[in-house]
Design a protein around this ligand. Structure first.
Ligand code: FCB
Length: 502
């Protein structure tokens, strides 16, 4: 897949059925810890998620990824399923503690062998492998020495990138350094609902910077090992931020969250600087002295495309308070108590929060509100316009940067009926409206080159354990039986036709 060379459709935007450009990449996505299982096999060591999952109360039902969807042993069957669906590309992640146990030292050839087999199986089926290096499973040993708050972790990441690319780079055409560093930093170190479960907003901003540094150093490492034709990318869960009203206080709330969700990534990566307003907004949390000379040049190394994960929009408003209380930064400035952001802080904007404190380092005086409309089983409002807004904003803000939707999908309460079928009309509806939004964005000039549905399989949904099903293929975790849901058949038809049904 070369995402920068696809011919764009010349169809009129209004043409029906909604036909996608020739060469549009149709894919599905997963992540290592969520599906692989085999947690202690062939030399894999624990990641921060193995540790966090065992912390009482951290994960629903105490679920772990020890077995997950057992993809480590069933990858052949899973690739066969992908092939039946007609997938053109498969986005998966490598487990760092499998490739380089403990996060230091030489590669673990037995761990790399698994990805070797998987990649060969994919290629034999005509499916392009799209590999993410880091989908949240930091080797525990690196957390023990500070994790992402330790600058050295960024250098360790670059070393891991070298090892992975050296072995697999001849066959994987597209690489992504990080998946959703917002979650790694702000949920991992900010409100602690993700591993490693730390609650310190200064640490979250430090982790944020070191993750971006890892992205930059990792990009250089990949380029050093990969053929010139390889594509290097980064995946962000950017927020479609909407102010509740045009009241200046609500507009300012939207500016602040846009800064902390979007520009805190886009500016350093694409412009080589941090936004001044974000530095000012967070000055009571940190002095940013962890940013060293040369870091931003490293972070802003050119990449070939940007991956976007989108699920639901983020609606914000200023807290309803007497004006006197609202002035200044206010609030505790430290631990982000949940009272500061309304009743469902992280759930309202990303869904991963339970009732933890705020993930945001500087959101005092801001309320997060659900968008109107129906909700998924995560409680996330269904709003496809947010995806359109995001893609067209990036068209304008990042001219010439090819975009990939690297995750989009929905959890619902799926079950297998007595005939063995899984009917999931809500998911089909979700996918249909979101793909229509992608189509509309393309017709309006957004350079979207592909779409990866989240997820291929039901899997381990982080702090929600196995209680949330995002797959288009149902997994019975007791028997590990796979059953394509109605949405899988629907998606296969969309891929076959290159168009949405009318
Ligand atoms: C994203 C994650 C992915 C999955 C979906 C639902 O934030 O990247 O692993 O959990 O949300």
């Amino acid at each position: 897949m070369t995402v920068d060379t696809l011919p764009m459709t010349t169809d009129s935007p209004a043409a029906a059925p909604a036909r996608f450009p020739t060469g549009f990449v149709w894919g599905a996505a997963t992540a290592a810890y969520q599906i692989e299982g085999a947690a202690d096999q062939d030399g894999r060591t624990p990641s921060i998620w193995d540790t966090f999952a065992r912390r009482p109360g951290a994960v629903r039902n105490g679920d772990t990824g020890d077995i997950a969807a057992d993809h480590y042993h069933r990858y052949r069957d899973d690739v066969a399923l992908m092939s039946e669906l007609g997938l053109r590309a498969y986005r998966f992640s490598l487990a760092w503690p499998r490739v380089q146990p403990g996060g230091r030292g030489p590669a673990n050839e037995a761990g790399l062998d698994f990805y070797d087999r998987l990649v060969d199986e994919l290629l034999a089926a005509g499916i392009d492998p799209v590999a993410t290096l880091y989908h949240w499973d930091l080797p525990q040993e690196l957390e023990d020495t500070g994790g992402w708050t330790d600058r050295d972790t960024a250098y360790r990441f670059a070393e891991y990138a070298h090892l992975a690319a050296r072995r697999l780079g001849d066959r994987i055409p597209t690489w992504t350094t990080l998946n959703e560093p917002w979650c790694s930093a702000f949920l991992g170190y900010g409100n602690g609902v993700h591993a490693p479960g730390r609650t310190d907003h200064a640490a979250a901003l430090t982790a944020h910077h070191h993750l971006l540094l890892a992205h930059g150093l990792g990009t250089a490492a990949l380029r050093a090992e990969l053929p010139d034709t390889a594509q290097v990318s980064l995946t962000l869960n950017l927020a479609a931020v909407r102010p509740l009203s045009t009241d200046p206080a609500d507009l300012d709330a939207a500016r602040r969250i846009d800064g902390l969700a979007n520009r805190i990534f886009l500016d350093p990566v694409f412009r080589g600087s941090y936004p001044e307003d974000v530095l000012a907004d967070t000055a009571h949390v940190t002095d940013w002295s962890f940013v060293r000379d040369g870091d931003l040049a490293e972070i802003s190394r050119p990449i070939d495309s940007l991956g976007i994960n989108y699920y639901t929009p983020t609606v914000v408003a200023a807290e309803e308070q007497p004006a006197a209380d609202r002035s200044g930064s206010g609030g505790s400035g430290g631990d982000g108590g949940s009272g500061a952001v309304g009743t469902e802080p992280a759930d309202a904007q990303r869904g991963d929060g339970h009732q933890g404190g705020s993930p945001w380092p500087a959101d005092q005086g801001i309320r997060f509100l659900p968008a109107p409309g129906t909700r998924t089983a995560m409680g996330w409002p269904v709003d496809a316009d947010g995806l359109y807004e995001l893609l067209t904003r990036l068209r304008d803000d990042l001219p010439g940067v090819p975009l990939l939707v690297t995750e989009n999908g929905a959890a619902y309460e799926d079950y297998t009926d007595p005939s063995g079928a899984v009917h999931d009309p809500e998911r089909i509806d979700y996918l249909h409206t979101h793909l229509a939004a992608v189509h509309r964005a393309i017709a309006d000039g957004a350079p979207v080159r592909g779409y990866f549905l989240w997820s291929l399989l039901d899997n381990y949904e982080w702090a929600y354990g196995y209680s949330k099903r995002f797959g288009i293929v149902h997994v019975d975790f007791a028997s590990q039986r796979r059953t394509p849901k109605d949405s899988a058949h629907w998606y296969a038809r969309v891929i076959r036709d290159g168009a949405l049904p009318q």
